[in-house]
Design a protein around this ligand. Sequence first.
Ligand SMILES: NC(=O)c1ccc[n+]([C@@H]2O[C@H](COP(=O)([O-])OP(=O)(O)OC[C@H]3O[C@@H](n4cnc5c(N)ncnc54)[C@H](OP(=O)(O)O)[C@@H]3O)[C@@H](O)[C@H]2O)c1
Length: 293
Amino acid sequence: MTLIIDGKAVSAQVRALVADEVAERVRRGGAAPGLATILVGDDPASAIYVAAKRRACAEAGIESFHHELTADAPADEVLELIDHFNADHAVSGILCQLPLPPHLDSDEIINRISPDKDVDGLTIASVGRLASGMSGLRPCTPAGVMLLLAHAEVPLAGARAVVIGRSNLFGKPMVQLLLAANATVTICHSATQDPADVCRSADVVIAAVGVPGLVRRDWIKDGAAIIDVGINRTSDGLTGDVAFDEVVPRASVITPVPGGVGPMTIACLLRNTLTAAEEASPTPAAVGTAARI
Ligand SMILES: NC(=O)c1ccc[n+]([C@@H]2O[C@H](COP(=O)([O-])OP(=O)(O)OC[C@H]3O[C@@H](n4cnc5c(N)ncnc54)[C@H](OP(=O)(O)O)[C@@H]3O)[C@@H](O)[C@H]2O)c1
């Protein structure tokens, strides 16, 4: 029997746990965590994502501080806003929605966020902390994948894991998280020769490419765990990077698209915001609670 992971249900559990921990923190006299969201420009998809994140904050008892800037906002205006949120004690985490308009240097903007408030885990400091095995805020989508693997009780220590895709946003931090869990990790990218052959020996395959149905049945060994991060808008609706119907019979565990990895990103954003709040101002008995979620 293949376990088809219900990412919506796991996400709901994590969000409920975060809400409980936030309520407990406030009961002990701590301030509610706060998330600042910055939206530059009028990209409709970005506006929808930010609105969903703010709704999720409200449901978890996390305060949200939202600021919108016009598409032609100069870099200085964005940087000043980040400086303002960096200095604001009511703000535990800062999220600058990507992509930014082309005249802005995303690296410069993102790296202006204090590493202590970097709830997307994308600053150089957060990347370095992850790569060197230090504690810190982890990028939300790969962190969400780790929670799904734990939920499905997929063993990682000593397992062979293949990550397809090497983006800074997902593939590279995913590799680091798997390494930290003692998996033996291989990464495939657009120049990999015969990725099917690489995947065939894997116990865990994680695809984050953006090519619908790239991973086929003959890429997968019997009993492998398959995590599909891809989100592709096709004439058939939203599809992943894995040819789901073909692969299901071979897999021990698989995530669907939609309803698999997708819902975990916001859950981990809330968790990171709670963690950042606890690190900045711990309430005595709440220390370390976010790490248990
Ligand atoms: N919340 C979520 O669920 C979530 C979050 C993030 C991303 N995603 C989805 O995940 C997918 C990947 O996102 P991303 O931001 O990582 O994308 P990205 O920055 O475009 O990176 C795609 C990666 O795939 C590699 N690649 C391209 N074609 C390939 C092929 N034929 N074989 C093997 N590797 C190939 C690229 O290799 P090179 O480096 O050589 O170019 C690159 O490393 C997208 O569908 C995105 O929508 C979902």
